[in-house]
Design a protein around this ligand. Structure first.
Ligand code: ADP
Length: 489
């Protein structure tokens, strides 16, 4: 808006008409005082100021406007009819005017000037606005930088406080940050700790897994810088994803050496104990058989019943010890499969007969469903039968209220699938994945049913060694289906 200041109403009127004819928004003031108060309240792009006015003349108004930050940059055109001498014109410029027009005015020239100054002022205003916006943005960015820096500091302090070795990597796998504990296992923040040569396969594994955008967890031995000792650590690395792309990795090494040692000692103890138990048990078994033959007991006599019970308990003990020995074989990579050409259906029938013999036939009911795999395949018949017997024994053991078990087989070009379904106690979903772990037993049922939690662990190893898969589905209080597959070729 343009402010016209003049004490003469007719001057104001004609100037206002002239400017409005060119669509300029116009405001007016008829004294210096009124002009000042209006200029402080409103935003003007230009002021056209008459020099001769009673009380406060145009020069004074201009000087006062120059004192206020709000008004100091408004361009002023002086209009004067009387003070046309050079000194007045000079004074006009000195007091802050950008032009000095003497009357009578040429309307075309005045309009051209007004238009130019008005435009310049408009441009200035826009420039100022964008400068202010820029300043605001710079300020905002600086503040965000400060916040980010403090968040980063906080994050690094948290990593420092961890009892583990902690580090971060950038997206290409270069080390970005390490905490203090890192230096117990590495001489510099640029180098990864030394990994035991026997664990270097795991490093390869880690390189492969790195592109999968998933959490990596590996057990590796790393070398303590001071003692030179290799200690077992759990290396865990989580990718931080932004828009499904890796931004960086957060990793930790947790010292699990003591747990590992205890575990190894336990495995060794089990291996030695089961070996030591096996020898006397074998002779007990032989002597009981000898005794049974020598005594020639009447099958219906109580004594014959006692001997049968002793033999049954010896068999149970023998199975337990065999399982423990299998575990130690798995630990040492010595559980080898003896692959031969066998008929799978015959193996299934053998397993079913064994189960029916060792259980009260009237108390269980086994149904057989699906296409029978009555053909030859390559597998270890003793070990596959062991898996089946384990599934069937569990199905009966963990179904105290229901005696029905279904064995289903299905055959396709690649695999044969064998499932054992029971209608027993079931397994809670979040515990299902663990039942194949060594010594794992579902807590809820562990007191009610006897067992050591190793049968399924051995089964999983046997099936994996055959190149098959093993798994289950289960609903608590409704029952479970355990299955395994064997490849046909
Ligand atoms: P064990 O039966 O000697 O404890 P397993 O390794 O055979 O050991 O089984 C591990 C655990 O899985 C068992 O302790 C039991 O909690 C659970 N489990 C296995 N089979 C079944 C089943 N058919 N129904 C319910 N729970 C089962």
């Amino acid at each position: 808006m343009i402010l016209i200041v003049d004490d003469n109403q007719s001057n104001i009127f004609s100037l206002k008409k002239l400017l409005q004819s060119q669509n300029f928004p116009v405001d007016t003031a008829n004294s210096g005082e009124q002009a000042l108060s209006k200029a402080l309240r409103n935003n003007y792009a230009l002021i056209i100021l008459d020099v001769q006015m009673p009380d406060m003349d145009g020069f004074e108004v201009a000087e006062t406007l120059a004192d206020y930050s709000k008004t100091k940059d408004i361009p002023i055109i002086f209009l004067s009819a009387v003070n046309t001498e050079k000194r007045f014109i000079t004074k006009g410029y000195a007091s802050g005017g950008i032009d000095y027009v003497t009357k009578p005015i040429d309307p075309d020239i005045l309009l051209l000037k007004v238009e130019t100054y008005y435009n310049i002022q408009e441009q200035n205003r826009k420039l100022k606005k964008s400068q202010q916006n820029l300043e605001l943005e710079v300020k905002g960015r600086r503040e965000t930088q400060v916040v980010m820096k403090s968040q980063l500091d906080h994050f690094q302090q948290m990593l420092e406080a961890l009892p583990q070795i902690a580090f971060t990597l950038n997206q290409v796998g270069e080390i970005e940050f390490v905490n203090g504990r890192w230096f117990q296992y590495s001489k510099s923040e640029k180098h990864f700790p030394d990994i035991h040569p026997d664990d270097s396969v795991l490093v390869e594994e880690y390189r492969k897994q790195k592109d999968n955008l998933e959490i990596i967890a590996l057990e590796v031995r790393i070398k303590n810088v001071e003692t030179g000792e290799f200690r077992y650590h759990l290396l865990r690395m989580s990718p931080i994803l932004v828009n499904k792309k890796i931004k960086n990795w957060v990793g930790t090494f947790t010292d699990i050496n003591d747990q590992k040692r205890v575990e190894q000692e336990k495995d060794e103890f089990l291996s030695i104990a089961s070996h030591e138990l096996k020898t006397p048990l074998t002779s007990i078994k032989a002597y009981v058989q000898l005794l049974e033959r020598k005594l020639k007991l009447d099958k219906s006599s109580p004594e014959a019943g006692y001997v049968a019970k002793v033999q049954h308990q010896i068999d149970k003990l023998n199975n337990l010890i065999t399982d423990l020995l299998d575990i130690s074989k798995i630990e040492h990579g010595k559980l080898k499969m003896n692959l031969q050409t066998n008929n799978l259906e015959e193996v299934i029938q053998n397993a079913l007969e064994t189960i029916l013999h060792t259980h009260d036939e009237n108390s269980i009911k086994i149904e057989r469903h699906g296409q029978k795999p009555d053909f030859l395949m390559q597998f270890d018949s003793i070990r596959v039968e062991q898996v089946l017997i384990n599934f069937l024994t569990n199905a009966i053991k963990y179904s105290p209220e229901n005696n029905k078990v279904i064995v289903t087989t299905s055959v396709d070009e690649q695999d044969v699938k064998i499932s054992v379904t029971d209608f027993g106690i079931g397994i809670p979903e979040y515990k299902q994945a663990s039942v194949f772990d060594k010594f794992y037993r579902v807590e809820e049922s562990s007191l009610q049913f006897q067992g050591m939690g190793i049968g399924l662990y051995i089964c999983a190893e046997i099936i994996v060694q055959h190149g098959g898969s093993i798994g289950l589905s289960s609903v608590i209080n409704e029952g479970s289906t355990f299955y395994f597959t064997l490849p046909r070729v």
